[in-house]
Design a protein around this ligand. Sequence first.
Ligand SMILES: Nc1nc2c(ncn2[C@@H]2O[C@H](COP(=O)(O)OP(=O)(O)OP(=O)(O)O)[C@@H](O)[C@H]2O)c(=O)[nH]1
Ligand SMILES: [Mg+2]
Length: 298
Amino acid sequence: MKSGTVAIIGKPNVGKSTILNAITGSKISIVSKHPATTRFRIIGVKTTDSYQIVFVDTPGIEKTRNRLGEIMQNNITAAIEDADIIVIVLDATHIDSEDERIIQQINTKIRNKKIIVALNKIDRVKPRTEVLSIIDRLTSHYNLKEIVPCSALTGENISEIERVIAENLSEGELIFPKDYTDTFPQTYKISEIIREKVFEHVYQEIPHSIAVEVEEIKPGDKNPDMVVITATIVVEKDNQKKIVIGKNGEKLKIIGSKARREIELMLGKKVYLQLRVKTIEKWRDRPDIFGRFGYGSI
Ligand SMILES: Nc1nc2c(ncn2[C@@H]2O[C@H](COP(=O)(O)OP(=O)(O)OP(=O)(O)O)[C@@H](O)[C@H]2O)c(=O)[nH]1
Ligand SMILES: [Mg+2]
């Protein structure tokens, strides 16, 4: 048996979480078209008869703007330190100096770990031959042994990334039981599903000041097969509260029903989702508050 830990790192929005979900075949990490979606070290596990890979999906590497940002970036450093293999994800349509800085830094700092580059979003590269020139350029500049072009969206070459990772694992026992897929408490998964839906609907107006706290999960009074979930969407300012709620509560209704459907799929049960919206000023600078939301360091 082989086993090991893999840190998936890279700039925001390059497709790290989508790659994790594509390899594990389940939606472990929420995804959005906006940068800075992942806030936490997300662990996803893929086990076959011959190996177990423990993936750690990380927030995008960027400058920190507040205490939450600081903890997010510290989590990335910790994930890199703990990992046996590092997967650097690049968006093949936009490689810039920040990507190169990340490659350079990892390459010089990390000596004893295998580094694999996933050149993602190749479905968007036209003409396709451009992918080869990007690979050529990267290999001539940096000492990179494995560059795997892929598309997490279409699934193209995702199995090749998994194969390359598996090939580089060391002999070892299972790290998690073999039927484990992730290490999240259900409450956190539910809050992330809700956050994803809020993100989808009000991102333009409220980029990063949203958090979701699930307060209660209990069986229905009349119908014990039903699950009643009470959750609060936290914003930083009262005017953001209005945006999330929308005219006559319409935005919140859409967010709630989309989230409810997805939570029902996950739990395999009917769900009654009660959503509230609350303002907590500057919560991203208050570790006592965001720790409660599950964004603290682990
Ligand atoms: N066209 C295309 N889009 C992709 C691909 N992989 C991911 N995306 C899209 O890119 C966006 C960002 O994907 P995420 O997986 O959330 O990116 P991330 O790197 O985890 O982002 P952060 O968590 O914010 O750092 C989403 O809209 C994805 O659907 C791909 O291979 N091709
Ligand atoms: Mg992500």
